[in-house]
Design a protein around this ligand. Structure first.
Ligand SMILES: [Zn+2]
Length: 231
């Protein structure tokens, strides 16, 4: 085989590799675009019993979720946060004492509530949170300016805090979920814990993938209500 022929063959092979790699990348991107993603979120923990059991389920099903934790409880149960991080879950700030941030007179002040919670998360995991969820989903415009984190609310409310009934919790989530949904639950009730395996199973069967809220934002799947997060 002469040198010219060999060179031609080599450049042909390189070309084929390049084109197929390119196709691979675009089909990967397409596939990601077509997939359905949702984020499970759990507020108010860590709970001394239920959080660990919820983490057991997430570990077994190999899915990640987001926990909006209360600072003083994080100080009591730092191991729960360590495990969340190990399981690639995201940890968000839910204030130090579950403070109502909707009014002008926040006891201890907005900055204290947010910073002290972030410090508790850092003490347990070595990382500061980038997202927060105001307790009760409410924060005044003035207070919002004092929080240097990205606000995440929700688009589907399981109402677990109110109904405390496994089947109703499952129904509230499953019937309202769509691509880009952020689902509000609490790692604080037995009914939530009991509903979780069914919720994961039904939604997995429907083709949903479970991601953290920051992953959902990166995928630009986050629904309209969460626009704030994308800027
Ligand atoms: Zn809460």
């Amino acid at each position: 085989m002469n040198i010219l022929k060999t060179k031609k063959i080599i450049s042909f092979v390189i070309c084929v590799i390049f084109v197929s790699a390119l196709f691979g990348i675009t089909s990967d991107a397409k596939e990601k675009e077509n997939k359905k993603y949702i984020a499970l979120t759990f507020d108010d923990g860590p709970h001394p019993v239920y959080t660990a059991k919820i983490l057991d389920i997430l570990e077994e099903k190999k899915i990640a979720a987001t926990f909006f934790i209360v600072g003083f409880r994080a100080e009591l149960h730092p191991d729960a946060l360590k495990r969340m991080k190990k399981l690639d879950c995201e940890i968000g700030n839910h204030t130090y004492s579950h403070a109502d941030l909707s009014g002008n007179n926040v006891k201890n002040g907005v900055t204290y509530e947010i910073e002290k919670c972030s410090e508790a998360i850092f003490a347990a995991t070595g990382e500061y949170p980038v997202v927060y969820r105001p307790p009760f989903g409410k924060i005044s415009k003035a207070n919002e300016k004092r929080v240097p984190l990205k606000k995440i609310l929700w688009t589907v409310d399981s109402l677990d805090w109110n109904i405390k009934n496994k089947d109703k919790v499952i129904r509230n989530v499953v019937k309202n979920v769509k691509d880009g949904s952020i689902i509000l639950m609490h790692d604080f009730y037995e009914s939530t814990l009991r509903a979780l395996p069914d919720i994961i199973e039904v939604l997995s069967d429907e083709g949903y993938e479970f991601v953290t809220v920051s992953e959902l934002a990166a995928l630009k799947k986050i629904s309209h209500l969460q626009e704030y997060f994308l800027d």
